[in-house]
Design a protein around this ligand. Structure first.
Ligand SMILES: [Zn+2]
Length: 302
């Protein structure tokens, strides 16, 4: 049967090709995906949620403020090694916009943009603080507060959106969903332990970073020391803040990314507490550690 042999080999050959493609698909699916995030807190969220399935790293050193950062050549090298890049969006890490334009859309998750589609109720619009009576103000002035990670519901949404992308890339949906549920449960378990009466505090924060945290913990932030982190606050504003702090028990939150000298000078009277909270989670090993640590520090305000 001279004709069957090549046919048999051809059959074997195509079987082998199928076998190879299955192996390479499986290898791809099993290979830990390397996810790079812009800032450390986002990496902590994804590490705690999916650490068994992926490897995670972050770009900015935690002592740097994402509001004022320039990419270094080493950052670009790190970026080129990532399978997926997760960032808040141009409202926070504006310095990434040009670099990311050259990458395919499925290389990145711009979280604020994605959350606007999937979880719009979780986003805080900065102009929501001021009442608009005119009906025709444009969409452009609806700036989203970019500090999205400072809230547990948002942390869950960030993990969920990333998990969906991992599934699309071939990760096992069962494992993703199990990992997500465990993470979400951890976040829920943090509630109710120490959050009593925090809403009675008058809080002043250094910059406008804590609206999401305030929503999560029912905090009352009455004032911001500096509305723009690159501009020194006006003298009149500072005098008003000082007077408020004299009139009411006040706690001022400073951040390691910005000098606290000014705050120390204005709020030097008795009865005003100054605490440092690091929104970039510089000292924390996990997201839940970061959140409990923040809670503990707020307790010291009382
Ligand atoms: Zn900020």
């Amino acid at each position: 049967m001279p004709h069957t042999k090549p046919l048999f080999f051809r059959y074997l050959g195509s079987l082998f090709a199928i076998f190879l493609s299955v192996v390479s698909w499986q290898t791809r699916a099993e290979t830990p995906t390397f996810i790079l995030t812009s800032i450390k807190p986002l990496a902590l969220i994804l590490q705690e949620a999916y650490g068994d399935l992926i490897t995670v790293d972050y770009l900015l050193p935690p002592q740097a403020s994402p509001h004022h950062y320039s990419l270094k050549p080493s950052d670009l090298r790190k970026l080129s090694k990532a399978d997926l890049f997760v960032w808040a969006g141009p409202g926070l890490e504006n310095f990434l916009l040009t670099v990311l334009k050259n990458n395919p859309a499925d290389f990145q998750i711009a979280l604020i943009e994605e959350m606007e589609k999937s979880h719009p109720e979780l986003l805080i619009h900065l102009n929501a603080l001021t009442e608009h009576t005119d009906s025709d103000h444009s969409h452009e002035d609806q700036l989203v507060d970019p500090h999205i990670w400072l809230n547990r519901e948002n942390a869950a949404a960030i993990a969920q959106l990333t998990g969906m992308r991992l599934e699309e890339a071939g990760a096992d949906p069962g494992r993703i969903s199990m990992a997500f549920n465990t993470f979400e449960q951890k976040l829920t378990n943090l509630t109710g332990t120490q959050t009593t009466n925090l809403n009675e505090l008058q809080l002043i924060t250094y910059h406008n970073a804590y609206a999401y945290l305030a929503r999560d913990l029912n905090l009352t932030i009455t004032d911001i020391v500096t509305p723009q982190t690159d501009v020194n606050p006006g003298a009149k504003h500072l005098v008003q803040l000082k007077q408020k702090a004299i009139d009411h028990p006040t706690c001022v939150i400073v951040e390691p990314q910005f000098s606290s000298k000014l705050v120390d000078k204005i709020f030097d009277q008795e009865g005003t507490k100054i605490i440092e909270i690091d929104p970039m989670a510089g000292q924390s090993a996990t997201y839940t550690d970061f959140f409990s640590d923040t809670l503990r520090k707020l307790e010291n305000c009382k």
